[in-house]
Design a protein around this ligand. Structure first.
Ligand SMILES: CC(C)(COP(=O)(O)OP(=O)(O)OC[C@H]1O[C@@H](n2cnc3c(N)ncnc32)[C@H](O)[C@@H]1OP(=O)(O)O)[C@@H](O)C(=O)NCCC(=O)NCCS
Length: 186
């Protein structure tokens, strides 16, 4: 049984999910949902579909305890996309508290079978909405230079390039490649 469902995204969000799929968004996860996120991550790790920055080792259920703690003390913000009781995408923000501006580092992944349907876009808009409500004014993201989909998703949502971390990521096939430093000022 899924609890604490938030069925709507921000009022200014006008995205459509392709294929008339009804996606639910959970912004206040319980341990039950975080354990489902672990299953989702491990399923996609097996498929090697979570992108280059993902860990190779499967996650243990202990991670859910840590994530839940961080969420409770305000160090992490979540938006989890659910379709028919199944986690199909996750966005989370690691929050940092500045003297003037609170900000966070964004991570977002969509299940390999559910990409290109507009879910990533909705998850991101949902995350931006939550940040506004929680007083977070800066969102940062660091895709690898060859992650075209993520780069397009960020630019579509008004993130701007602030810098480039040269040869900061060691790619198995290409060797050292750049990370692009994107920021959204809310
Ligand atoms: C990047 C990712 C989150 C996008 O999620 P998604 O649900 O497939 O994206 P959406 O369907 O919402 O598409 C949003 C935008 O992303 C871009 N995009 C999505 N698929 C794309 C593709 N195949 N080629 C180019 N751009 C693409 C487009 O700009 C698209 O907007 P549009 O549909 O108006 O053209 C997803 O591909 C993913 O999980 N990738 C692996 C994990 C990863 O790399 N995460 C980022 C780590 S920094």
């Amino acid at each position: 049984m899924i609890t604490n469902l938030i069925y709507h995204v921000c009022p200014d969000n006008n995205s459509k999910i392709r294929g008339n799929m009804e996606i639910q968004f959970i912004n206040e996860p319980t341990m039950v949902e975080l354990l489902r996120v672990i299953k989702y991550v491990n399923r996609n790790l097996k498929l090697k579909s979570l992108g280059k920055i993902a860990t190779n080792a499967p996650l243990s259920d202990d991670h859910a305890v840590l994530w839940f703690h961080k969420y409770k003390i305000g160090e992490q913000i979540y938006s989890i996309a659910i379709w028919k009781d199944k986690v199909v995408g996750v966005s989370h923000l690691d929050v940092f508290h500045g003297r003037r501006n609170h900000g966070g580092k964004l991570a977002i992944t969509i299940d390999a079978d559910f990409r290109g349907k507009g879910i990533g876009n909705l998850l991101l808009k949902n995350m931006i909405c939550q940040c506004k409500k929680k007083g977070i004014s800066i969102i940062r993201a660091e895709p690898t230079e060859d992650n075209v989909k993520m780069i397009q998703l960020l630019e579509k949502n008004n993130f701007i390039v602030e810098g480039r971390a040269k040869k900061a990521f060691n790619d198995d096939e290409k060797g050292l490649i750049d990370l692009i430093e994107y920021t959204l000022f809310i």
